[in-house]
Design a binder for this molecule. Structure first.
Ligand code: GDP
Ligand code: MG
Length: 201
């Protein structure tokens, strides 16, 4: 994917309005600190577009980024961080739930899993819930730069078994080396292609 432009559109907090749904959207979800913002920055070749942080639980907003004036990448709040009060956290955050359920222009969700940890119960329940909505999901395993080839192979195997999918369906990724970027874009573009519900205007 050749990136010609990438710009911040809007941060949405509870009770704020979403930006107008003028573009097809792909959202990014995962545990707090898993590397969502870094992954988005890597995808669009911009170091500081999505704000990254080494302290988890910070981003409790939904952030919209417009790429190539054609598609919106949506950084969802991280879930599973223990220090966020339970009613804010609920399952994975009401913000995520409302957005995934109601956003007409949402074409699919990229679920980001830490390759060193594998899928957590919250990851698994989010994946299962998206399935009930018939919302397409792309599963990516990030921070693979921290693992040996052997360990990567093993975690892909285990994760695919846990999710009952083929290991090839998983995208191994690293925001540090850029590995997996091409494959992830391919899957995102495919998702946008097959999703007729929200073709760009
Ligand atoms: N080694 C490694 N560290 C990463 C990778 N992606 C993110 N990180 C680090 O993980 C921390 C959290 O990243 P961030 O993108 O802010 O996570 P978010 O909370 O999910 O948006 C930061 O310290 C990043 O530098 C990766 O692919 N490899
Ligand atoms: Mg973030």
């Amino acid at each position: 994917m050749k990136i010609t432009s990438a710009e911040f559109l809007k941060s949405v907090y509870p009770k704020n309005e979403y930006p107008p749904g003028n573009y097809p959207e792909v959202a990014f979800a995962g545990r707090s600190n898993v590397g969502k913002s870094s992954l988005i920055n890597t995808l669009v070749n911009r170091k500081g577009l999505a704000r990254t942080s080494s302290s988890p639980g910070k981003t409790q907003s939904i952030n919209f980024y417009l790429v190539n004036q054609a598609v919106c990448l949506v950084d969802l709040p991280g879930y599973g961080y223990a220090k966020v009060p339970h009613q804010v956290r609920r399952q994975w955050s009401p913000l995520i739930e409302q957005y995934c359920q109601n956003r007409k222009t949402l074409c699919g969700v990229v679920i980001i899993i830490d390759a060193r940890i594998g899928p957590t119960p919250l990851d698994l329940s989010l994946i299962a819930w998206l399935k009930t909505l018939a919302m397409p999901a792309i599963i990516t395993m990030t921070k693979i730069d921290k693992l040996s080839k052997n360990k990567i192979f093993k975690v892909l195997q285990q994760t695919s078994e846990a999710l009952s999918i083929m290991p090839e369906a998983l995208v191994p990724f690293s925001a540090h080396t850029g590995e997996g970027k091409r494959q992830l874009w391919q899957k995102i573009v495919h998702l946008l292609d097959i999703s007729k519900k929200c073709a760009p205007p």
